[in-house]
Ligand binder design. Structure first.
Ligand SMILES: Cc1cc2nc3c(=O)[nH]c(=O)nc-3n(C[C@H](O)[C@H](O)[C@H](O)COP(=O)(O)O)c2cc1C
Length: 317
């Protein structure tokens, strides 16, 4: 197998409940070079649950499937089963949520490095695609060195590092000063990447090969566009992408999924004059038709009143 490398320098991080097909597509169109599925349990893959098919990448290049679990055999079988839908398989050893930790999965694997090693070895043996692992820097304290040594000796193809411990959850500042090039394996840095400058600095300071944007993409889905074009998109581009996002969601998940757009409305309208009132109204809208006309009306009114078609020129709400 050719040596793995992340397919670019900036990708969309895995986010349960957020990075579904529609959001991945939108972020990729804005310029994200690669993406991950939401985390999928190995057990649900083996049980053939319907939800798994919806979560797997569909006709997407450079998109990884992220699996979680604790049993090396089950994870290896699950990886083998879904590998045809993935550019590579990623193991979640980063999730700090109680429900996951209780099952000895996610970040709990950072407390049981022997198991982590066994899982990576079993997945590597079962699977033809590269195997990467997403970690935190430790469970209670920074043990990055130990964890990375184990992963590298198990033959991992790449490691994404969220620069916080599991007990920190999402609090405190993420660490970037991790000197990730110490290990002869591709790495990606994650944590607190909200602006183009954050991405540049995190890449430089961490010495990672790539960066993963998570909440930053939710707050501003066009952060990828800004990174590669060094300027904001036009208001019309934002309006059209919001409408496209709505259409994708409707096509893929049906008429009843309109409410899922609510978690993205802040990202698309933050900073626009009248944005706050619009968001309040948006939360009460039902159905895609109502949503589409509200989006058109909001952005068109903004364009007419401001007359300037750039995000930089918008008036803060
Ligand atoms: C709502 C949400 C869901 C997440 N789900 C996952 C997940 O399924 N798998 C994973 O490895 N990380 C998950 N993460 C962690 C992110 O991938 C990322 O590492 C973390 O948010 C730190 O980056 P940020 O500070 O730039 O948001 C999630 C984060 C958020 C906010």
């Amino acid at each position: 197998m050719e040596r793995f490398s992340y397919p670019g320098i900036v990708g969309l991080a895995p986010m349960a409940g957020i990075s579904n097909k529609a959001f991945r597509t939108v972020c990729r169109l804005w310029g994200a070079q690669f993406s991950f599925s939401e985390m999928i349990s190995a057990e649900s893959v083996l049980l053939d649950l319907d939800v798994v098919d919806e979560m797997l990448p569909f006709e997407e290049e450079n998109s990884a499937v992220q699996l979680y679990g604790s049993d090396p055999k089950k994870l290896a079988l699950a990886a083998k089963k879904v590998q045809h839908r993935a550019s590579w398989i990623d193991l979640n050893a980063a999730c700090p949520v109680k429900k996951v930790i209780k099952k000895n999965a996610g970040a709990a694997l950072l407390k049981d490095l022997e198991r982590l090693r066994d899982i990576v070895v079993a997945m590597k043996n079962a699977c033809e695609k590269p195997i990467t692992v997403k970690i935190r820097i430790g469970f209670e304290k920074n043990e990055l060195e130990k964890i990375m040594d184990v992963l590298v000796s198990a033959g991992v193809d790449g490691v994404e590092v969220h620069g916080r411990t599991a007990v920190q959850m999402y609090s405190g500042k993420a660490q970037w000063n991790l000197n990730l090039e110490r290990w002869n394996v591709p790495t990606a840095i994650s944590g607190d990447l909200y602006t183009v400058e954050d991405i540049r600095r995190a890449l430089e300071i961490s010495k990672a090969s790539a960066a993963l944007v998570a909440r930053g993409a939710l707050r501003k889905p066009w952060i990828f566009h800004e990174f590669f074009h060094t300027k904001a998109p036009t208001v019309e581009q934002i309006r059209d992408m919001f409408l496209f996002h709505a259409r994708l969601l409707k096509e893929r998940e049906g008429e009843k999924s309109f409410y899922k757009l609510r978690q993205f409305v802040a990202g698309y309208t933050h900073g626009f004059f009248g944005g706050r009132e619009f968001r309040e109204r948006f939360m009460k809208l039902e159905g895609f038709d109502a949503i589409e006309s509200a989006i058109r009306e909001f952005f068109n009114r903004f364009l007419m009143s401001v007359g300037e078609n750039t995000v930089r020129d918008r008036t803060n709400a």
